[in-house]
Design a protein. Structure first.
Length: 652
């Protein structure tokens, strides 16, 4: 059995069976059990040996459904019910190399019987049903698209703010509770949602720890600037893909551990090796729902937990919360909408990020190249703006509110900010006229002119620092101000004042007093003082879609290596089965599975080489336990001391 084409074929070992598999089936095995492909096995014997190790078998058992586990129990422990195991179950177990076609029928690997544990109490052949409701596709899609748009916008808002005022990194490497709370207020979301966005941004390589001034802080990376230049749909794909592949658990943020300590966002340790598979399991299950059906509110998640427990019965301890988090996080990120997968979500789950981005882009509003300037010194962006326009608008105005439409407010401070980075009054008038679909109101024009008129009339230089102004009354008024005593100002000429305060501190203090100075360079020209935007080094991460391509290439290369090794093994002397520790290990495991006797060359503690006829029973921890015919008892032999292995009959 173990495959439709192998129903009437038997083999002496799993290795022999693997040698006869077609290329496609070998590749399918390596994809299903990726730990077998890295590093690439030297041949089918090495592959069979690795597939029979305890660690690898445990991983494979975690992939089995309740029905498949029950069938494996029957094959391993219950001779009376072996014949009742469905052929489809045997085929599945064979495809995972947990069962091979022995002369006496399908035979599980020897280690399987030790690792299975107790059989399922009441195994069922089919998964429990999902609780679903009818849900129009267009409503599902609209909800998911809205959530996807909000996620992209919120990540941009947060990282823009952290680029200017980065939060400190805890000694543990996480984000402080106060900083997470501040992020939630900024984004107008609950703290668990803020934690999810922060974790996803870090996983996508947009956020990292840096120490630009000595203390470690969380800063946007260089990759964030590249991300901002993408269209919203591709930005969403980057974030959603990062969430799909991360083993981190944002849902743990805010909970307390056994010692009562609160789990911080971005802190090490918030991981679960089953998180990625649980997300894939949840989304894959929902992808099977017919169009127009969605997970029911209230009863849907418990039914999904029951389904996941049937599909992965060996991990009941964490299943419930992993499934719950997967549903809630997918909904917040726009992968799910109202309990169903829209087209973009389905394509993303299917491993087609480019198609997912195209599907989402067709539904998102087109970026706008204009705003509506109002008479109350505000500008309304009725939709997402082109990235360049949004960046320039942020220089001259402050965001007052966000939502379906973004409201920007102009003020003396915001206009002065633009003048500080090099804009002139003429530049501002031209920009506003070019981007506004409404006439630029007179109050805004007056605001620009009045701010530009006073901007730079007071010039700041180095003495430690100096101030000069053609209007003597300006300096006189400044020196008489009550708030300047600590600045160390002294009039040295009717139009010049020097200070003992450093330039950067003096510039900030004067602006807080309501003055509008600019910094003067050594040659008398204005020194533009743009607010610094700091960046962390981008962590090395694969771009969306590259993980799948890299894994596929690794599997293909491993399959080619195995086949090349099989051809080389076919040309070895027939009497020599193994001559290296790796080959010896593979040959011993092959003998265990086949129940055969072998002759081994063995070097004892005194360096004396001898040949021993043994019946291997188990291999674990670098030692083989075997029945030694010379002493007629069980003995333990170190694998690294075995110099050769060959069948006792002399056959290859």
């Amino acid at each position: 059995m173990c495959g439709v084409g192998e129903a009437s074929t038997t083999y002496r070992s799993l290795a022999e069976q693997l040698r006869g598999w077609p290329e496609g089936r070998l590749v399918a095995l390596l994809r299903a059990r990726p730990d077998l492909a890295t590093p690439a096995p030297s041949d089918s014997s090495a592959l069979a040996s690795r597939a029979a190790t305890r660690a690898s078998v445990l991983r494979a058992l975690d992939l089995l459904t309740q029905a498949e586990l029950a069938g494996l129990h029957a094959l391993a422990h219950d001779a009376e019910t072996r014949g009742d195991v469905p052929a489809a179950t045997v085929d599945r177990l064979g495809a995972l190399a947990l069962v091979w076609s022995a002369p006496g029928g399908p035979r599980p690997l020897s280690v399987v019987a030790d690792l299975l544990g107790p059989p399922p109490s009441t195994p069922t052949d089919s998964p429990p049903p999902l609780a679903t409701v009818e849900q129009p596709e267009d409503r599902t899609t609209r909800t998911a698209v809205g959530a996807a748009f909000d996620v992209v916008r919120r990540v941009e808002v947060l990282l823009d703010e952290w680029g200017r005022t980065p939060p400190g990194a805890l000694r543990s490497g996480g984000l402080g509770v106060r900083d997470l709370r501040a992020a939630a207020r900024l984004l107008q979301v609950e703290e668990p949602v803020a934690a999810l966005l922060v974790e996803v941004a870090a996983e996508a390589g947009l956020l990292a720890v840096a120490s630009p001034t000595g203390a470690e802080v969380w800063l946007p990376t260089g990759a964030y600037d590249e991300w901002c230049r993408l269209d919203p749909a591709h930005r969403w794909v980057e974030l959603a893909t990062a969430w799909l592949r991360t083993a981190r658990l944002p849902g743990l943020v805010g909970s307390k551990d056994a010692s009562g300590r609160t789990a911080n966002a971005l802190a090490p340790g918030l991981v679960d090796s089953h998180a990625v598979d649980s997300r894939a399991l949840v989304l894959g299950t929902l992808a099977e729902l017919p169009a127009g059906l969605a997970l029911a509110s209230g009863t849907g998640v418990p039914s999904l937990v029951a389904r996941a427990s049937w599909l992965r019965p060996r991990r009941p301890a964490t299943q419930e919360r992993l499934v719950g988090w997967a549903v809630s996080e997918a909904t917040e990120l726009g992968v799910l909408g109202l309990g169903a997968l829209p087209e973009a979500g389905r394509l993303l789950v299917a491993g087609e990020p480019a198609a997912a981005a195209a599907a989402l882009a067709a539904l998102l509003p087109a970026p706008l190249d204009h705003v509506l300037v109002q008479a109350d010194l505000t500008a309304v962006a009725p939709g997402p703006l082109l990235p360049d326009l949004a960046a320039r608008l942020h220089q001259v105005a402050d965001v007052e509110s966000r939502g379906g439409a973004t409201v920007f407010r102009f003020s003396s401070a915001s206009v002065r900010r633009a003048l500080d980075v090099g804009w002139s009054a003429a530049d501002l008038h031209e920009f506003l006229a070019s981007v506004s679909r409404t006439p630029v109101p007179q109050p805004l024009s007056y605001l620009v002119d009045d701010t530009a008129r006073t901007h730079g009339t007071l010039r700041l230089g180095w003495a430690e620092a100096f101030l000069r102004c053609a209007d003597e009354s300006v300096l006189t008024a400044l020196l008489s101000h009550r708030g300047v005593e600590h600045l160390g100002l002294r009039l040295i000429a009717p139009t010049v004042v020097v200070s003992t305060t450093p330039v950067d501190e003096l510039l900030t203090a004067l602006r807080e007093l309501g003055a509008a100075p600019v910094v003067e360079g050594p040659d008398g020209t204005v020194h533009l003082a743009a607010a610094p935007v700091r960046r962390a080094r981008t962590p090395r991460r694969a771009a969306p879609g590259r993980d799948a391509a890299r894994d596929a290439a690794a599997v293909t290369a491993a399959a080619a290596s195995i086949r090349a090794g099989d051809r080389a093994a076919a040309n070895r002397p027939p009497q020599l089965v193994a001559s290296t520790p790796a080959d010896a290990l593979a040959a011993l495991r092959q003998a265990i599975e086949a129940g055969t006797t072998v002759v081994v060359g063995y070097v004892d503690n005194h360096g004396v080489t001898s040949e021993r006829v043994i019946e291997p029973r188990t291999v674990d921890g670098g030692q083989v336990t075997a029945y030694d015919h010379r002493v007629q008892d069980l003995r333990g032999l170190a694998v690294h001391r075995i110099t050769s292995v060959r069948p006792a009959s002399g056959r290859s």
